[in-house]
Design a protein around this ligand. Structure first.
Ligand code: CP
Length: 305
């Protein structure tokens, strides 16, 4: 199965994920060797309507390491023609004439789907809206879990944070649900709990899950703790004590010796910096995987194109 656009993580089948991961291993070798010139005729456009460090830099680095070139707008709301009233659809139609693949982070949920509907070149969703998806983050997250746990079957995964607006947790839940005997724990304050669309999907596919507002009884038993950020602006409006959702050395001490702690980053206070030194802290290795997974994904899309 080939895909033309990457809009949501449900698009990926297990065989396609395995093909991507196999190609990612090749990319790790290519990066160690200093890159390749194989894609020197390809141009990637990055169109970011919202801020990003990891996603934009890793996509751009991925394209350069493949020998390709990059056209970039990192503040598209200000520096694209949107400011003059141009629609996203028109912008995508035009940029499609100048590049071979478009990486889009859009402020509206569904932005990537709208872009893909009119685009003449592959569109990659680099995050849409507050509660949409971030499928390429989920791909690198899944690859990290595969690398660190040596399997994707039979894993217990705790997803923590403002899950209602957690694009990365939402996309990852869809992917984890494709593997055997997955158990998901969604841990969030009640008002920030994962949205029903994800739960309906998991029910439909017989994936086991629990909702919880307290992490303490759960974290000692899981294989993966997937921590996410809680948007500070939301805290100003709501009186919620977030301390029980943070990971510090005491929480780490309660966890299994071979469990891992992940975070899509950027983090705020939800993972204490003292945790960084523990080998179970996988979040910086996770960002490293962002480069090679995105290289692999770009080659798959460009090869089909
Ligand atoms: N994880 C992630 O999407 O980070 P950026 O917002 O820095 O791209």
């Amino acid at each position: 199965m080939n895909i033309r656009h990457v809009v949501e993580s449900q698009q990926f089948t297990v065989p396609l994920l395995m093909r991507l991961f196999e190609r990612t291993r090749t990319m790790e070798y290519i990066v160690k060797r200093g890159g390749t010139r194989d894609y020197d005729r390809s141009i990637m456009g990055t169109l970011f309507y919202k801020p990003s460090t990891r996603t934009r830099f890793s996509f751009e680095s991925a394209m350069y390491r493949l020998g390709g070139r990059v056209l970039s707008t990192e503040q598209a709301r200000e520096f694209s023609s949107e400011i003059q009233g141009e629609t996203l659809e028109d912008t995508i139609r035009i940029i499609g004439h100048y590049c071979d693949v478009i990486v889009l982070r859009h402020h509206e949920e569904g932005g990537a789907k709208r872009a893909a509907a009119v685009s003449s070149v592959p569109v990659i969703n680099a995050g849409d809206g507050e509660g949409g998806q971030h499928p390429t983050q989920a791909l690198l997250d899944l690859y990290t879990i595969y690398n660190e746990c040596n399997t994707l079957d039979g894993l217990s995964v705790a997803l923590i944070g403002a899950l209602d607006q957690g694009r990365t947790a939402r996309s990852l839940a869809y992917l984890l649900g494709k593997f055997d005997r997955t158990k998901l724990y969604f841990i969030a304050p009640d008002e920030m709990q994962i949205k029903p669309d994800i739960l309906e999907h998991l029910d439909k596919h017989d994936v086991a899950y629990e909702l919880a507002s307290n992490a303490s009884g759960i974290l000692p038993h899981v294989d993966v703790v997937y921590q996410t950020r809680i948007n500070r602006e939301r805290l100003l409006q709501r009186d919620i004590d977030l301390t029980p959702y943070n990971i510090d050395r005491a929480v780490l001490a309660s966890m299994k010796a071979d469990a891992i702690v992940m975070h899509p980053l950027p983090r705020s206070v939800e993972i204490d910096h003292a945790v960084d030194k523990d080998p179970r802290a996988a979040y910086f290795r996770q960002t490293q995987n962002g480069l090679t997974v995105r290289m692999a994904l770009l080659t798959m899309l460009l090869d089909n194109y």
